[in-house]
Design a protein around this ligand. Structure first.
Ligand code: HEC
Length: 307
């Protein structure tokens, strides 16, 4: 008896625990507007980035994994990869700082562990994985040095699932061998289809002064049962820039594939015949046997009558 009731208690607790986890797992982690708008008081210079990186290594890497490698611990909710483009665009510096300060469930609060300055340095380090921000600092550096760009050119393609858009980022090689954003480069965007490539985005669009160009992905493109498609971008002027392209998987509209063998039909071998056929078949069967039976009873009657 005792055993049963203690099992019941354990069971109930497990259910409660699980349901509370799933409630948290589903709710998005929002940060108040005012806190989200806080700006980082610490300059993102080499020294602060270095310190931020070291602090991240000792305090965060165990759960969040190496930025960009998506190798965090499989907790629920999952600790985001800090270099994830969707995470970086959804979270301002203030939001990252606040989440780190407050914590939530399995994500510990670092308010008492790290000073404010240390927390902001970690924010700088995390932000250094944001392509959009990184570009801004490289551009000023290039302008200062006044060098020229040339081959080889590089293209990276980022997919933003919330906006359903692609951002291509083009860089060329400076005289000193470093990479810098390349503006006015014509980029073509495409989605792979069974028969050839479907161009998307503006025709003849060129990169802005940050080396970036954006293209919207039409969300009504059919993409098979899983709603996935392969998108790619390439630099249009092969003679000047070389054959440079990059690809990424994107989400489009999922379509249900109708299989003619799945429903009841005359030609299917895997599923049953249609109802009308079954009824007709048995109808005829009953009719024929019924008539035969009737004839036999008539014959018996004739015999009895002694005809
Ligand atoms: C014990 C594991 C653990 C450690 C250590 C940890 N985190 Fe987290 N972190 C999590 C988990 C789990 C979540 C998801 C929490 C949620 O959504 O409720 C999270 C969420 C976050 C988020 C919000 C992510 C999003 O997508 O909104 C940020 C930002 C963050 N952590 C930063 C940090 C930083 C910076 C450090 C180091 C100073 C750190 N975390 C250390 C487990 C951890």
């Amino acid at each position: 008896m005792e055993n049963t009731s203690s099992r019941l208690v354990v069971g109930l607790l497990a259910v409660l625990l699980l349901s509370s986890f799933s409630v948290f797992a589903q709710s998005e982690w929002k940060v108040e507007d005012a806190k989200s708008k806080m700006s980082n008081p610490i300059q993102a210079d080499d020294a602060s980035l270095k310190e931020g990186k070291a602090l991240f290594k000792t305090n965060c890497i165990t759960c969040h994994g190496d930025p960009g490698k998506n190798n965090g611990l499989p907790l629920v909710p999952k600790p985001s990869d800090m270099a994830n483009a969707a995470f970086l665009s959804a979270n301002s510096d203030g939001a990252v700082f606040t989440k780190m300060t407050d914590g939530r469930i399995t994500m510990p609060s670092f308010k008492a562990v790290l000073s404010e300055k240390e927390r902001w340095k970690i924010v700088n380090y995390i932000r250094s994985f944001d392509e959009n921000k990184k570009v801004a600092s490289t551009v000023t550096a290039v302008k200062k040095e006044g060098q020229t760009l040339g081959v080889p050119y590089q293209l990276s393609l980022n997919y933003n699932p919330e906006e359903s858009s692609l951002v291509a980022f083009v860089r060329g090689t400076l005289t000193d061998g470093n990479l810098a954003p390349a503006s006015d480069v014509e980029v073509g965007f495409f989605v792979k289809r069974y028969f050839g490539d479907l161009p998307i985005g503006d025709r003849g669009g060129v990169t802005d002064e940050n080396g970036m160009i954006k293209a919207a992905i039409p969300t009504d493109l059919p993409g098979g049962e899983e709603g996935k498609a392969l998108a790619f971008a390439k630099l249009n002027d092969v003679d000047t820039y070389g054959d440079v392209s990059a690809k990424t998987e994107v989400s489009v509209k999922a379509v249900e594939i109708i299989n003619l063998m799945d429903e009841r039909s005359l030609w299917t071998v895997s599923v049953m015949a249609p109802w009308w056929l079954i009824f007709t078949y048995f109808g005829i069967l009953i009719g024929v046997w019924g008539t035969l039976g009737y004839v036999v009873t008539l014959l018996f009657k004739l015999k009895k009558a002694g005809v």
